[in-house]
Design a protein around this ligand. Structure first.
Ligand code: SF4
Ligand SMILES: [Zn+2]
Length: 121
């Protein structure tokens, strides 16, 4: 359970809209993405890293009261390491290849099945 930042009522932590005051809590269509909200007397951009480094092109800048891409400028940016493209382990490499070319494998499987059925008739 979480509290609505607008009316402080208990709400589901995955709620997109508060059922009590109807405040929008998350970006539409992206329930996993938090919607950051400014306090009444401030704008989010004032403490956002992307305002400070002048990389934000969001039209609400610099007066955003809500934002899904806000990043607190006092917190460091953390980058996820990219997924490996190849693996030295042959089994892992085969798994990576199969997951990357799943559609191709499906088509090849369908072609083989069609050929088997054609040969059996
Ligand atoms: S990302 Fe959002 S909060 Fe940050 S500067 Fe842009 S509009 Fe403002
Ligand atoms: Zn509410």
């Amino acid at each position: 359970m979480a509290n609505c930042p607008h009316c402080s009522q208990n709400i589901d932590s995955q709620a997109i809209r508060c059922p009590h005051c109807h405040q929008i809590l998350k970006a539409y269509g992206h329930p996993g993405i938090p919607l950051y909200q400014a306090n009444e007397d401030e704008f989010l951009c004032d403490r956002c890293l992307y305002h400070e480094d002048d990389t934000c092109t969001y039209p609400q800048r610099p007066y955003a009261k809500t934002c899904t891409i806000y990043h607190d400028k006092s917190q460091p940016l953390v980058f996820e390491p990219p997924l490996p493209l190849v693996s030295t382990n042959p089994l892992k490499a085969l798994q990576l290849w199969c997951s990357r070319y799943r559609g191709l494998l499906l088509i090849i499987g369908l072609i083989i099945l069609s050929l088997v059925f054609a040969l059996l008739q």
